[in-house]
Design a protein around this ligand. Sequence first.
Ligand code: SAM
Length: 301
Amino acid sequence: MPVHSWLASPTQTRAVLDQHGLATKHHLGQNFLINDVIIGKILDLAQIGDSDVVFEIGPGIGTLTVAMLPLAGAVVAVEADRGLEPVLAETCAQDSERFALVMGDALRVTPEQLTQAVESLGIEGLSPAPAKLVSNLPYQVAATVVLGTFQNQPSVDRAVVMVQAEVADRMAACPGTKEYGAYTAKLRLYARETGRFEVGPGNFMPPPHVDSSVIRLDRCPMANPLSGAPLSENEAMRCAQVIDAAFAQRRKTIRNSMSAKGFDKKALDEAFASCKIDPRARAEALSPEDFVRLAFALGWE
Ligand code: SAM
């Protein structure tokens, strides 16, 4: 069996942490992968090509990073823990010419920072904008960064991410289920699930208290119902506003929930009638397609 990551074992992970006098930090969601089989399965789903810039959030000690670097055009990683900077300099040294590290909070990093970091590597012919997000994500920020990446980084066409199993359920939930909510419908404006596998707590150091899943999402923007073209950025934002208003008071009817959020009742009634949507329905009964049709029927004020 080929080894993908020499760091993906309890012994190596412990040795690297000890060597740098580090302990794992719970508040940063530091549960490091220690099973190379899981790394192999992530790579199988991600299908990284040598012209791809891979965006990694939370490289940790570099366990997944060292497996991706030989396959990718470059890896640009964002890590919040400054103490890991010297560790990554060592563990990723072999492919350092293709590794760009941005220290900071993934929730604050801008697409420009990422492309600048890749450009600074000076790799000729490489398009610097990330094509794929591949990460074992810190669970506290996982849902937010995945949606934010699809919203704000149009170059990213695939995400293969380790998240809490519950979050993966929400990402791919069907209307009418308890997992389905505003988050599901908003993410579906941009992407859909194309793969998933489960990962038990024993595959991490230290083991988390929750089950995890690796989910693959491929960019697959929903269509403008009038033109059939993929939703533009503004159209998707408007649809997201409608989704948020409809789910704002989940127990109320969509009519009441949306009017409480400032939508005019007369305009709502006309839009519900033209879309053949029952105004007494609850938001969780509406599909993402229903929300898009509703947003277009309501128009842009
Ligand atoms: N990729 C490594 C692995 O698979 O073993 C580590 C994954 S660990 C689950 C999450 C990593 O995200 C940690 O290294 C942690 O320091 C980092 N992290 C936590 N919050 C972050 C944030 N807001 N922005 C960037 N990195 C963050």
